[in-house]
Design a protein around this ligand. Structure first.
Ligand code: MLT
Ligand code: MN
Ligand code: ZN
Length: 295
């Protein structure tokens, strides 16, 4: 299986258009600090077809930055076979509207996420005149086979709904993905409200783990003046501190241990921040955009 890292930022990106925090201001001065919204592409081989995990507002720019995802010269075509969603949050779904030029768009998500997109964003209704949109149920109890020999399964991580779907019933609103290829396996978890037993089981034998690195510490949201006081209250376990994931992450046997979905308030936005060395000492890195992993 081949994995391409397309983006690594939490909602808003880095820089966020209306933010002048240290990370966003730094990203305006140094292009190397910039991060697009978190997403990966996966394929059973280096030749595709490819599945994009989450459709961010940056999706078509991410395709243009990644030759693997571009059409061969000639007519209209795409090596993209579908979009797999971990949740229905806007930073992971607005890009679906940007795919309207495709002849068909195939979405894999949990039932709750599809309901949110249908009722809250009117996705199916809006895209119907443009493209052939289809949905496949992503379940926790069975793997869905993908083109190219991959299999994907949902690992429920949180019941947190997007704000636009506040009136929708409870369900599997946010999941991690376990993706298995012929030789390697990946767990992708950009949103972790807690380190559940189910998730731990999937992580125990994964070759690559890409986890929620939204916040460095639990107090970061209040220090930055965000609406909710702590990382944990926002449904994101922080990296450091007593509730932090780093120590447990360091003990996983995974060959590749990467954080993604960095908020612009995260000190890791600065490539020279000492926090990078702290993670490196534990065998953990921050995912870099453009990175390729062969599993
Ligand atoms: C999240 O990751 O918690 C969501 O994307 C939050 C948001 O953008 O509202
Ligand atoms: Mn997010
Ligand atoms: Zn900022």
């Amino acid at each position: 299986m081949r994995v391409r890292i397309l983006g690594t930022a939490a909602g808003g990106g880095v820089p966020q258009w209306n933010c002048g925090c240290a990370g966003c201001a730094g990203a305006r001065r140094h292009p190397g600090w910039r991060r697009t919204h978190a997403s990966i592409a996966v394929s059973g081989s280096s030749a595709g077809p490819w599945y994009v995990v989450n459709a961010t507002p940056d999706l078509t720019d991410q395709i243009e930055a990644c030759p693997d995802l571009q059409p061969e010269p000639g007519g209209r075509r795409t090596p993209l076979a579908g979009v797999i969603l971990t949740d229905a949050e806007l930073d992971h779904t607005l890009g679906l509207f940007r795919l309207r030029e495709a002849s068909a768009v195939r979405v894999l998500s949990t039932d709750a996420v599809w309901r949110g997109l249908s009722n809250g964003l009117r996705l199916a209704e809006v895209l119907a005149p443009y493209t052939d949109l289809s949905w496949q149920d992503l379940r926790a109890d069975e793997s869905v086979p993908l083109d190219g020999g991959l299999r994907v399964r949902a690992v429920p991580v949180s019941a947190k709904r997007p704000r636009y779907a506040a009136d929708e019933p409870a369900g599997e609103w946010s999941v991690a993905l376990r993706i298995d290829g012929e030789r390697g396996s990946l767990v992708y978890a950009p949103c972790m409200a807690d380190w559940s037993a189910e998730l731990d089981k999937e992580l125990a034998d994964a070759d690559c783990a890409i986890l929620d690195g939204t916040f460095w510490d639990d107090q970061e949201p209040s220090a930055a003046g965000l609406s909710r006081p702590t990382a944990t209250r926002m449904g994101h376990l922080p990296i450091s501190g007593p509730a932090g994931t780093a120590e447990r992450f360091a003990r996983l046997p995974a060959r590749h241990r990467l954080y993604t979905h960095l908020n612009n308030t995260n000190p890791l936005i600065d490539p020279d921040a000492p926090q990078h060395a702290l993670l490196a000492a534990q065998g953990i890195a921050v995912a870099a955009e453009g990175m390729t992993l062969d599993l």
